[in-house]
Design a protein around this ligand. Structure first.
Ligand SMILES: Cc1cc2nc3c(=O)[nH]c(=O)nc-3n(C[C@H](O)[C@H](O)[C@H](O)COP(=O)(O)OP(=O)(O)OC[C@H]3O[C@@H](n4cnc5c(N)ncnc54)[C@H](O)[C@@H]3O)c2cc1C
Length: 447
């Protein structure tokens, strides 16, 4: 018996200049930048809020703003432009803590609810057409490889969204993959492990900080306790090097400590539905074990409870575009600069692979990310923004953090506007011209 897959509901059509798929840090920045140039911009997002990995994945802090250094000079901000604007707006509503120490650098903990509200406000004020609960399911192609928008799923029925330029800010390079354009997954298919992040309430934060210090990377004594507790058999705690952050809320810790692998020990690739589902089950299970260990063993956590987990397991790395340029592993610690650099980063390589995260520092410097990392090698009318940029495995372990995703969106929003206005293919746009526009917006790429 043959089966026909069909949706008999009417198709609604939207025509727009620029379509942004995904409302993470990159998508929000791209959409707002583009609409400010006077174009019609539509952003679709599968959840009912923006923030992606930062909010649904509860990543919890804005990394990538400050230089790393061996010297105790306090936070030295290196990244500005849209990242700075968003951080200021979030801070103004009380949704961002001051800089806290993270090893040799600093980061800032955000309130995930206020992150959503800040994005809502900025998108609405700028005039972006935002469609929540809407998933891109197919790409519209003009000829073989010219992207003309997407077909999307909504509760109302199918949406045909036709756009002159599309920005793939899905984090997973979904549109690139749907269009059959060159892409790759991690290091020959191996990706960094997912982490289920959670919030712990009712913590005596003062006692906690007095016991373990102000560095959010927990000291070796805590790692040793975790190893010992795991070995004793009472808990299953696969990660010993953990990060615990005080937050904007009283008596709360944000806990980045789980390491999710498959039951057979394999690294999970959340592009695979079985792996994604297993990661959610295992993530929630580990949260309970870590929380129990914290209550039993950590000073200040005696009466703590799990407030919440991410809406989904945090996904660090999946599919990435093969761009006309590729950020190399060696570019990060070399602090490499590019004439067509459109974003900068002082963030270390923070590789979550194997038994414990590996952090390698770039000291007192930044590296740059060239424009070509966001331009697909083949295909027309399509740009990429965010963590699915073209970058090697260790490079993306640095380049994926939030301040940089804002910066990528800022740059690619401008690129999409130029492509529409000047009727240029993205590959014809000069990174140097974008750099000039970004500096005009206060990105300080030449500071
Ligand atoms: C466990 C973990 C901890 C982290 N810790 C930190 C940290 O402390 N500080 C920091 O700065 N960074 C951290 N990061 C990294 C950072 O959160 C992300 O890399 C960053 O948020 C990525 O932004 P993005 O916009 O590229 O993609 P995402 O945030 O992944 O956004 C993509 C958006 O697209 C939507 N989407 C996907 N597919 C579709 C589709 N087909 N149709 C419609 N919508 C779609 C998604 O719902 C999502 O909202 C962490 C990441 C993880 C996983």
């Amino acid at each position: 018996m043959s089966v026909a897959a069909i949706d008999r509901r009417a198709v609604s059509r939207i025509d727009t200049d620029i379509l942004v798929v995904g409302g993470g840090a990159a998508g929000v920045a791209a959409a707002i930048t583009a609409v400010r140039a006077g174009l019609d911009v539509t952003l679709i997002e599968r959840y009912g809020f923006c923030g992606g990995g930062a909010v649904a994945g509860l990543s919890g802090t804005v990394c990538g703003l400050y230089a790393a250094s061996e010297f105790d000079r306090g936070p030295q901000q290196m990244v500005f432009g849209f990242a700075e604007e968003f951080v200021e707006a979030l801070s103004a509503r009380g949704g961002l803590a001051g800089p806290v120490r993270y090893g040799k650098t600093f980061t800032r903990v955000h309130d995930p609810l206020m992150w959503r509200e800040t994005a809502d406000d900025m998108l609405a004020t700028a005039g972006v057409r935002v469609i929540y609960h809407c998933v891109a399911v197919e790409v519209l192609l003009d000829g073989n490889e010219a992207v003309a928008g997407v077909m999307a799923w909504s509760k109302q029925g199918p949406l045909e969204i036709r756009a002159r330029q599309t920005i793939d800010a899905s984090g997973d390079a979904d549109i690139v993959a749907m269009a059959g354009l060159p892409n790759f997954v991690g290091d020959n298919g191996r990706v960094q492990n997912p982490t289920m992040i959670f919030r712990l309430g009712n913590v005596d934060v003062e006692a906690f900080v007095a016991a373990y210090g102000t560095d959010t990377i927990m000291p070796p004594s805590v790692s040793a306790m975790i190893s010992e507790a795991s070995a004793s058999g009472g808990y299953r705690l696969p990660r010993t090097k953990i990060w615990l952050f005080t937050t904007t809320r009283p008596n709360e810790l944000l806990c980045n400590c789980t390491r999710i692998t498959g039951a057979d020990g394999r690294e999970l690739n959340t592009l695979l539905h079985a792996d994604f589902s297993e990661a959610e089950f295992e993530g929630r299970r580990q949260v309970r074990d870590y929380a129990r260990f914290f209550r039993d063993r950590l000073v200040g956590c005696e009466n703590a409870f799990v407030n919440d987990t991410g809406v989904q397991v945090g996904v660090r790395q999946t599919r990435q575009v093969e761009g006309t340029s590729k950020l190399g592993n060696g570019d990060i610690l070399a602090g490499r600069k590019f004439a067509d650099g459109v974003a900068r980063s002082p963030w270390p390589i923070e590789l979550h692979s194997g038994s414990k995260p590996r952090v390698e520092w770039l000291l007192d410097d930044v590296y740059e990310v060239p424009y070509g990392c966001f331009v697909p090698q083949r295909g027309e009318n399509l740009l990429v923004a965010g963590r699915c940029l073209s970058a090697e495995h260790e490079a993306v372990a640095s380049a994926r953090v939030t301040a940089q995703c804002f910066s990528y969106g800022h740059a690619i929003g401008h690129a999409a506007v130029i492509a529409v206005r000047d009727r240029l293919a993205p590959r014809q746009i000069e990174g140097r011209d974008l750099r000039m526009l970004l500096n005009r917006d206060g990105a300080r790429l030449d500071a």
